[in-house]
Design a protein around this ligand. Structure first.
Ligand code: ZN
Length: 254
């Protein structure tokens, strides 16, 4: 199995348009962060978690030629706004399977009504196969089993996903002890760490580190990073052993 970080930035991406912040002006490629998403390649099938506004650029960069499933964490635009760009996959493969909470599916129907229309469809519009994700109901997409992990992003429910001994959690602020049970014995944990300062809907660095300390995965990568966290190279040096900042294009072979 291969997991590639398609994007590791918070909602505006880094650099932020028009920003003169030093991190936004950094020449280190690892400080350039598209909106969060990962690509999973397993048994010749490609899965993405989330489909944000940088989806097209991410698919081109990683030379992805087919897509077997899209799993959504939640409906915020930085995680969903790229859905129209599944068109090249749809033209070659037909309806693209999507997996999401029923609330997220209704949001997508509202925002991308033409994708879900059944009558008088515009010939160029893509179509999707809808799969509802229900907490405590693991599901198999192609040959890979996913366990939904229910977390809270402020007041908003968000799904993280565990597959094999890998867990991908983004936009987490709180998680119940019951859901933490699903995150035992991880080889790799990916979790959000926004910045040093506290935030109402995201783990800051301190909270993310405490979460790692509690779960004790073999390795951890932080994602959904703000320019306010600092330069990649500086932050990386301050992290404990086996804890790293993810960066765009990083690939893990598992
Ligand atoms: Zn987000």
């Amino acid at each position: 199995m291969k997991v590639t970080f398609l994007g590791t930035g918070t909602s505006q991406g880094i650099p932020i348009i028009g920003s003169t912040h030093p991190v936004c002006q950094s020449h280190d490629e690892r400080d350039k962060r598209l909106r969060v998403s990962i690509l999973i390649n397993y048994n010749n099938a490609n899965y993405v978690i989330d489909c944000g506004p940088d989806f097209r650029q991410q698919m081109l960069r990683e030379k992805v030629t087919h897509l077997e499933a899209i799993l959504f964490t939640h409906e915020h635009a930085d995680h969903t706004a790229g859905l129209d760009d599944i068109r090249p996959f749809f033209f070659r493969q037909g309806d693209i399977p999507i997996y999401a909470h029923k609330r997220v599916i209704s949001e997508l129907k509202r925002r991308f009504d033409y994708i879900f229309q059944t009558e008088n469809r515009y010939p160029g519009a893509p179509a999707v196969e809808i799969n509802e994700v229900v907490n405590n109901n693991p599901f198999t997409a192609n040959n890979l089993e996913f366990i939904p992990v229910d977390v809270l992003h402020g007041n908003l429910q968000v799904f993280g996903y565990r597959f094999k001994n890998f867990a991908y959690l983004t936009d987490v602020k709180t998680i119940s002890d019951q859901e933490k049970e699903k995150l035992k014995n991880l080889d790799v944990l990916v979790v959000n760490a926004l910045r040093e300062e506290e935030h109402y809907t995201h783990f800051n660095l301190e909270e993310a580190l405490a979460f790692v300390e509690e779960l004790k995965p073999k390795k951890t990568y932080f994602t959904h990073i703000s320019h306010l966290l600092g330069f990649h190279a500086d932050v990386e040096k301050r992290l404990p052993e086996n804890v790293h900042l993810a960066y765009d294009g990083l690939t893990l072979e598992i």
